[in-house]
Structure formats: structure tokens, C-alpha cells
Design a protein around this ligand. Structure first.
Ligand code: ADP
Ligand code: MG
Length: 263
């Protein structure tokens, strides 16, 4: 009887302790979901930037713990092989003489990636085509997408290598793991028909399946100069679901040189 009574009393004494533990866990779980939610909302609305992603340790750490195979933002950016880290926030939209600024803002929301649409930046050298392409790519990495950047010449070499190894189809299928590929500097050199056909296969394979960003100094109407007979069918697929963003203006590179001369 006495034993039963004292056990009963101890249980009641322990109750506040249990309650405290449950409450503490509850607070942690609540904080985690709140941060996760903010992260998702920011990613979806395209407001996630590096600073925010680094600040949200609770959510990021917990995600890493839950799925160690999922690479983090930094790993995705490294893996994308950008030539330099350029952010959309660093782009001076006032500089180009011609630019659809609304289109750039809209693209920054990354809906084009989830909608499997393409983006083509067309304009003369130094107008910021690569900067914008990398800026969108970095943002896609921050939102959890895998990206791969290469110049048209590098893509040509990669695809030709796969073809001669008899694994072009596998290579194209492997690239499906990346919802966004960037093909920089299309048009600087005319391509032989074999290489042009490789690009056609890349574009045809990704058509309505995943996104491409292409930068070029040549309007699509002149792509026959680069891709020959493969051009019309290729441009047709590339441009069907695409945002074509035209840039015009002086080269930003020479602006900097001139500015430092006059200083
Ligand atoms: P393109 O690919 O059109 O030849 P880039 O994107 O390589 O031009 O731009 C050349 C350099 O100038 C890069 O260092 C880029 O970051 C910078 N740049 C170009 N346009 C702008 C801009 N409007 N605001 C800030 N930097 C710019
Ligand atoms: Mg460039």
C-alpha cells in the first residue's frame, strides 16, 4: 500500500519533467517546419539567395541528416561547372540598351524549369548573356535543381565522345538527371553536319522533357549559318516553348576598361 502510494507520488513528480521534454521537442519540430516552409516559399518565389540558404541551418542540417545522398547547394553549384559565379542580383539591368527586364524577373522565379521550357539569350558580345545564364543556373542550384554548364564547343566534344563510344543514348538519358543544361556561345563557329546533328539530338531529346538555356550572338533566323540543314528542325523544337530574350548595347567589358582609362 505504502509502496503503491510512493510510486504514484513519484510518477506525479516526474510529470513536469516529461511535459518539459515533450514541449522542448515540440518547439524544435515547429521551428524546423517553419524554416522549411519559409525556404520552400522563398525558393518557389525565387527569393532564395545564398545568404538565406546559408542562414537557415536548422532546415538545411536536418535535410542533410534525413538524406545524406542529397548534395547541398554548394555541391550543386560546383557540380554545375559554371565558368564564374555570377548572380542575377549583380546584374545591372540599366546597362543594356535593349532588354526585356520583366522577362528576366519572371525567369528568375524559375517557373521555366518546372515547366520544362527553354531560354535563349541573343545579343552581341559583352552584353551579359553568359552572366544571365549563370545567374539563372546558380538560382536553380539554390532551389535544388541539378544544372550543367558548358560552351557549345565543350558540348560538341562531350556528345561526340559519347557517340564514338556507342553510348550517345545513355549519355542523353544520364543528362535527364539535370533539369537544366546551359549551352553557352552557340554560333561562334560553324559546325560540321555530324556535330550539328549531335546538337539536334540533344535539343530533340530534351524537347518538352527538361530545360535548356542557350546563349548566342546570332538570331535564330540565322542559325542555318551554324547548323546548316539541321537548323530549321532544331530551332523549331528549341523555340516552341521558349523565352527568347534579346540584348542590345555596348559591351560591358569595354565599358569597364574605358571607365578605368578616364579615371
Ligand atoms: P556575353 O556572354 O554576352 O559576351 P558576359 O555575360 O560574359 O557577356 O559579360 C561580360 C562581363 O561583363 C562579365 O564579367 C559580366 O559579369 C559583366 N557584365 C555584363 N553585363 C553586365 C551588367 N549589365 N551588369 C553587371 N555586369 C555585367
Ligand atoms: Mg558569353
Amino acid at each position: 500500500m505504502t509502496l503503491g502510494y510512493s510510486l504514484f507520488a513519484t510518477r506525479w513528480l516526474q510529470a513536469p519533467l516529461y511535459f518539459g521534454l515533450v514541449a522542448a521537442q515540440g518547439v524544435y519540430v515547429y521551428k524546423f517546419f517553419r524554416e522549411l516552409w519559409t525556404l520552400i516559399v522563398r525558393s518557389v518565389t525565387g527569393q532564395a539567395n545564398e545568404t538565406y540558404v546559408h542562414e537557415s541551418h536548422t532546415a538545411q542540417d536536418a535535410l542533410d541528416v534525413h538524406d545524406p545522398s542529397e548534395p547541398g547547394v554548394e555541391a550543386r553549384i560546383r557540380d554545375a561547372r559554371f565558368p564564374a559565379r555570377k548572380l542575377l542580383e549583380e546584374f545591372d539591368e540599366e546597362y543594356p540598351r535593349v532588354l526585356d527586364r520583366e522577362a528576366v524577373a519572371r525567369l528568375g522565379g524559375l517557373d521555366f524549369v518546372t515547366a520544362r521550357r527553354n531560354v535563349v539569350f541573343v545579343g552581341p558580345p559583352g552584353t551579359g548573356k553568359t552572366h544571365l545564364a549563370v545567374g539563372l543556373g546558380v538560382r536553380a542550384c539554390q532551389s535544388g535543381h541539378q544544372v550543367l554548364f558548358a560552351t557549345a564547343a565543350q558540348w560538341a566534344a562531350r556528345l561526340a565522345g559519347a557517340r564514338s563510344a556507342g553510348r550517345l543514348s545513355e549519355e542523353l538519358a544520364d543528362l535527364d538527371a539535370r533539369p537544366l543544361l546551359i549551352v553557352d556561345e552557340v554560333g561562334y563557329t560553324p559546325l560540321d553536319p555530324d556535330t550539328a546533328h549531335l546538337f539536334f539530338q540533344l535539343v530533340a531529346h530534351r524537347y518538352e522533357r527538361s530545360s535548356l538555356i542557350v546563349t548566342t550572338d546570332r538570331p535564330l533566323s540565322r542559325w542555318e549559318e551554324v547548323f546548316g540543314g539541321a537548323a530549321p528542325a532544331m530551332v523549331d523544337r528549341l523555340a516552341h516553348h521558349a523565352e527568347i530574350v534579346r540584348l542590345e548595347g555596348d559591351s560591358y567589358r569595354t565599358r569597364r576598361v574605358t571607365a578605368s582609362w578616364t579615371e
